[in-house]
Write a protein that binds this ligand. Structure first.
Ligand code: PAF
Length: 291
C-alpha cells in the first residue's frame, strides 16, 4: 500500500492510474477507523480497480471549543486496517500543506447545510465541503464512499458534487451498528461505560419509530414525540424529520425521509438516524449489521 503525503504526488499517481483506464474508489476519513469505515473501504475495493483512502483530521470542520486536539489518531493501526482491506494508496496530507497561513478559499453549500448538525455546529459543513473538494482534487476518484450515519454530510456532498459538476459518483453506505444497536462512531471511544449504556436510547428510539413507520404511522409529530420520550435521559440536541434529499423539515412521511437525532452526553455528542421510503417501506437503520 502506497503512503502519499503531498497533493502533487497524489494527483500524479491518480492521473497515471486514470491514463491506464483504472477506476478509483475513494474513502475520505479522519482515521480512528472502525467497522463502519472498513465497510466503505471494502465497497471501494470491490467496486473499483483501485481503492484509495485518506486520513486527515480536518481542523476547519471543528469549532475552537471542539475536540480537534483530542481526536484519536491511531495512525499505524489505521494503516494496517486499510492495508488488510486491500486499499492501494493512502493519502495523508499535513495540516500546514492543506491550509497554509494565507489560506482563503472555502466551499459553502447553502440550504442543505442549514439546520440539524449545521445548526449546532455552524463551522462544520463549510469545513467538510472544503476539505472534501480538496481531497477530490488530489485523489481524482470516479466514486467516493460515505456513511449514512452522517446523513446530512452525505446530502451536502451530493449537492456539492451536482452543483459544481464534479462528475464523481457518491455512494452512501448503510450504518454499521454494534450488536446492541449503537451506531459505530470514532467518538464512541470517548464514552464512559455509564454513558455508553445511556447512548443506547438513540438507536432504541429510532428503532421504535421505524416500527411505527412500518405499521403506517406518517405523522412527524407523533414519531418525534415518541423519540423524545425514549431519549428523556440524555440532553437532546435535535430530533428531526427531514426530506432525505433537501434536509428540510417535513411534517409527514410522503417522500423518502430521514429521522435524525443528536444528543449531548457528558463525554461526547452523538448522532444517529434512520431513512424511510414510504413508497418501498424501506427503512435504512441497518439493525444488527455490526461486523
Ligand atoms: O466523515 C468524516 O470522517 C469527515 O467529515 C470527512 C468526510 C472525512 C471530511 O473530513
Amino acid at each position: 500500500m502506497k503512503r502519499i503525503q503531498h497533493a502533487d504526488s497524489m494527483r500524479s499517481w491518480a492521473e497515471e492510474q486514470r491514463s491506464l483506464h483504472k477506476t478509483i474508489g475513494f474513502v475520505p476519513t479522519m482515521g480512528a477507523l472502525h467497522a463502519g469505515h472498513l465497510s466503505l473501504a471494502d465497497a471501494a475495493v470491490r467496486d473499483n480497480d483501485l481503492g484509495v483512502a485518506s486520513i486527515f483530521v480536518n481542523p476547519t470542520q471543528f469549532s475552537p471549543h471542539e475536540d480537534f486536539n483530542q481526536y484519536p489518531r491511531p495512525l499505524e493501526k489505521d494503516l494496517a486496517k486499510l492495508e488488510a482491506a486491500g486499499i492501494a494508496a493512502v493519502y495523508m496530507p499535513t495540516v500546514v500543506a492543506m491550509y497554509p497561513r494565507d489560506y482563503s478559499t472555502y466551499v459553502n453549500v447553502d440550504n442543505v447545510s442549514e439546520g440539524l448538525c449545521g445548526g449546532s455546529r455552524p463551522h462544520f459543513f463549510r469545513g467538510v465541503a472544503t476539505v472534501v473538494t480538496k481531497l477530490f482534487n488530489a485523489v481524482k476518484p470516479h466514486r467516493a464512499y460515505f456513511g449514512q450515519k452522517d446523513a446530512q454530510q452525505c446530502a451536502v456532498i451530493k449537492r456539492m458534487v451536482r452543483d459544481l459538476d464534479m462528475g464523481i459518483e457518491i455512494v452512501e453506505m448503510p450504518i454499521v451498528r454494534e450488536p446492541d444497536g449503537l451506531a459505530m462512531s470514532s467518538r464512541n471511544a470517548y464514552l464512559t461505560s455509564e454513558d455508553r449504556k445511556r447512548a443506547l436510547c438513540l438507536s432504541r428510539a429510532l428503532f421504535d419509530a421505524e416500527k411505527k413507520l412500518k405499521k403506517g404511522e406518517r405523522d412527524g409529530e407523533v414519531l418525534m414525540r415518541g423519540i423524545r420520550d425514549t431519549m428523556r435521559d440524555v440532553e437532546i440536541d435535535y430530533v428531526a424529520l427531514v426530506d432525505a434529499e433537501t434536509m428540510q423539515p417535513v411534517r409527514e412521511t410522503i417522500r423518502p425521509v430521514v429521522l435524525a437525532v443528536a444528543a449531548f452526553l457528558p463525554t461526547a455528542r452523538l448522532i444517529d438516524n434512520i431513512k424511510f421510503d414510504p413508497n418501498t417501506d424501506d427503512a435504512g437503520s441497518q439493525r444488527g449489521s455490526g461486523r
